[in-house]
Design a protein around this ligand. Structure first.
Ligand code: PXP
Length: 245
């Protein structure tokens, strides 16, 4: 049965909108665990636009399920991750102008640096996952760089489900994106990797993805936190957990 990773960055985004102390993403993590989260995910960005160092420290001290830190290859962030030693680190690309992580990590192009970072993290017992597009070359390169896991980027599928520029979603495009994810899942499993999925997954688009056998965990943030504004985090998480499992 696949697990649910809950990304709490957006709670910190609301806090940072006022540069104040609430809402606290550490409280959100506790509520998410009460709702059945199997993993708490946070992204400590170089620009600290949402999660800050204090959050990362407190999450490490208080989260009792798996803790997954999304991180770039930046030396300062890598040093923090090595010291913090979360259960898992997910290597992601980071671009200052982006609203959220846009594409998968280009593992082929950055293989040497990824191997170096992966080795440093694995030495302190961190499971390393690479966030990649569902492209077999990127998946094989992740394994070759020493990653034990990958997270397949489901953003293109999620965008296809919404449709572009006000047009209705194109079923052919949705089917093509589902097939790409399936191909990525098979490539990951064949390479002996743990395979996760995430980005843009919602209560309404997740079903075809959970129907695929072999995913270990789904990492979901925005949709759960958006719903939590109306239902509370615990309930929003338990509803998603029901869909995932
Ligand atoms: N996985 C990764 C690697 C991400 O960068 C993000 C966004 O922070 C997510 C999953 C969650 O995406 P969403 O907020 O769209 O559910």
């Amino acid at each position: 049965m696949a697990g649910l990773g809950v990304n709490i960055d957006h709670v910190a985004t609301v806090r940072q909108a006022r540069m104040t102390v609430e809402p606290d993403p550490v409280w959100a993590a506790a509520e998410a665990q009460l709702g059945g989260a199997d993993c708490i995910t946070f992204h400590l960005r170089k620009d600290r636009r949402h999660i800050c160092d204090r959050d990362a420290r407190l999450l490490k001290q208080t989260v009792t399920c798996k803790l997954n830190m999304e991180m770039s290859l930046d030396p300062e962030i890598v040093a923090i991750a090595v010291e913090l030693a979360p259960t898992q680190a997910t290597l992601v690309p980071e671009n200052r102008q982006e609203i959220t992580t846009e594409g998968g990590l280009d593992v082929v192009a950055h293989a040497d640096r990824i191997a170096e970072v992966t080795q440093a993290l694995r030495q302190v017992g961190v499971v390393v996952s690479a966030f990649v597009d569902p492209v077999p070359e990127q998946i094989i390169a992740s394994r070759d760089a020493g990653c034990e896991a990958i997270e397949i980027h489901t953003g293109a599928y999620a965008n296809a489900c919404i449709g572009t520029n006000g047009s209705n979603p194109d079923p052919t495009e949705i089917t093509a994106e589902i097939e790409a994810i399936q191909t990525g899942l098979h490539a990951g499993l064949e390479a002996g990797l743990i395979v996760h999925a995430g980005h843009g997954l919602t209560y309404t688009n997740i079903e075809p993805i959970t129907a695929m056998q072999g995913f270990c965990e789904f990492n979901i943030g925005h949709s759960i936190i958006a719903r939590a504004m109306f239902t509370g985090i615990k309930y929003a998480v338990s509803e998603m957990k029901r869909l995932v499992s």
